[in-house]
Every structure is written in C-alpha cells, then in structure tokens.
Design a protein. Sequence first.
Length: 87
Amino acid sequence: MWIEPEHYKALGACLAAARRQAKLTQVELAERLGRTQTFVSEIERGERRVDVLELLVIAGALGTHPHDLFAEIARSVRWPRGRVFRR
C-alpha cells in the first residue's frame, strides 16, 4: 500500500472542516501559520503533502488537539482492504 492522491484530498478536506469549525478563513489560518493563503488552499485541495510536524503546527493554529485532528483524518481516509484504525 502506498499513499494515493485521494488520501491527500481526504486529509485536506479534514483540515478544511477543522478550519471552518474554528471559524477561520484560509487567510486567517495562513496568517497564524506565517504562510500564504495559497499554501493553505493547496493543502485543503490535496495538492500539497503535509508531514506530521506540519500537522502539529496546523492543529495548534486551529486551536484543536492534534489527537482529535489525527483521529478525524484516520476515520476519513479510505484505506485498502478495509483497514480501520482503532484505539
């Protein structure tokens, strides 16, 4: 198994939902991250890969606990052969 483009799109959709839940625009999140709105948009569209350290920083900027963000991503991504992550 390898990471497929739809996995990045699912991750981006989770981040976009978390941003909206935090009542932030892409511009506001970008400002908190010290990045551009384009950077945020590319992540949310699944066009840019995000590593685990970036996810930690993004979670902090969103005011959410990284565990909650990772859990939502794990639930949202369709893994091959029905793989599901549980606690």
